[in-house]
Design a protein around this ligand. Structure first.
Ligand SMILES: C[S@+](CC[C@H](N)C(=O)[O-])C[C@H]1O[C@@H](n2cnc3c(N)ncnc32)[C@H](O)[C@@H]1O
Length: 342
């Protein structure tokens, strides 16, 4: 008898920033656009094929093209690409072809920042050997970048990140990002993300309250058969949110990510926890130094560290870990929580 079915919901996340003047997508000196969105769709399809994913759907705003993938999501903006892929995808293998495409179709091509992160897998033994342990992934990344590998938390709460920043700062607006990675979710909520219970993705989105987690989201959602759910959302202000759900009870997993402004994060986390009811979760908050410089006091007041120190922060959860580091261009906080059953 073979092993029972297993799906690794936890994603590998790659964010790459390229150099260039990005005030418009018009041609720059080299005759090619200074905009990653100039890479044609068929090239993106080929790129994704090499890592084991494909495009299911796309929607665009003036600032970003948001793709729902068979294995999570991809966001392409003028000078940044975010690739978030789950299952047994081979995400690091996307970097070389991506740089090649960038040089071929745009006047960008030099990487200024690169971040690769993931949480501890439930079944590392089922991954391709490169992705079975983070030191191997870091070693692979070290062949192209002079970056630093970090490990946060303990045991199955571990979250890993590899960060590379080239000398000199990037030419981009201040940015921030919230990631919530949840496990052991309420089976009653997870049932919504099955074809048995929800007749359409829209139905699952509304029934679960996903449409109310972030204000003003234009949503592109997909319900897998027999179960599983992915959605990308874009706001009129050019921000994104993305949610991916593996509802099978033996290995349930939900991820939430957004780059809406930092001051909204505490309220968003509370809404996300109320909607999905996880048994445990990890949060990672990235805040650009430009944000910290602009409003240090304010960002501290609203920041997660301060918030997590208040006992009633996320009602029903106990804080297990809290760590913060400063990278060259941004500050990163990692927090882990477990349901408080005392
Ligand atoms: C792609 S989705 C979301 C994965 C996501 N990274 C998460 O946070 O869980 C994965 C869920 O969809 C289900 N699924 C059904 N058909 C699938 C397909 N063709 N490709 C990937 N997942 C599929 C899986 O069993 C799993 O429950």
């Amino acid at each position: 008898m073979g092993d029972p079915f297993f799906y690794e919901g936890a994603e590998k996340l790659l964010e790459v920033w390229f150099t260039g003047t990005v005030s418009s997508s018009e041609d720059s000196g080299g005759g090619r656009p200074t905009d990653l969105r100039a890479i044609p769709r068929y090239e993106l399809d080929e790129l994704l094929k090499t890592i084991g994913a494909e495009i299911i759907s796309v929607m665009s705003s003036s600032t970003v093209d948001a793709y729902v993938l068979s294995e999570s999501s991809m966001f392409v903006s003028a000078d940044r690409i975010i690739l978030k892929t789950c299952g047994t995808t081979k995400l690091i293998a996307a970097i070389c072809p991506l740089v090649k495409l960038t040089k071929q179709y745009t006047s960008l091509g030099e990487i200024t920042e690169l971040y690769y992160s993931r949480k501890e897998f439930l079944r590392p033994d089922l991954q391709d050997p490169v992705y079975s342990s983070f030191p191997i992934e870091s070693k692979q990344l070290d062949t192209g970048f002079d970056g630093t590998a970090y490990t946060f938390g303990e045991g199955d709460r571990r979250w890993y990140m590899y960060a590379f920043t080239a000398d000199g700062s990037r030419n981009a607006a201040a940015s921030c990002c919230l990631e919530i990675m949840m496990e052991q979710l309420d089976p009653a909520v997870m049932a919504i993300f099955t074809r048995k219970v929800s007749e359409s993705a829209k139905c699952a989105t509304e029934r679960s309250g996903i449409d109310k987690l972030v204000v003003n989201l234009n949503i592109d959602d997909f319900l897998f058969d027999p179960c599983g759910y992915s959605m990308n959302g874009l706001t009129p202000a050019g921000h994104y949110a993305t949610i991916h759900i593996t509802p099978e009870s033996a290995f349930s997993y939900v991820s939430f990510e957004t780059n809406v402004p930092l001051d909204q994060y505490p309220a968003i986390v509370k809404r996300v926890l109320a909607a999905f009811r996880p048994g445990k979760f990890i949060c990672a908050v990235h805040a650009d130094n430009k944000i910290n410089d602009m409003a240090k006091e304010e960002s501290l007041r609203l920041g997660f560290i301060k918030l997590a120190e208040e006992t009633d922060t996320f009602e029903g959860f106990k804080l297990l870990d809290i760590e913060a580091i400063s990278l060259r261009n941004h500050r990163l906080s990692y927090l882990s929580f477990v349901q408080d059953i005392t």
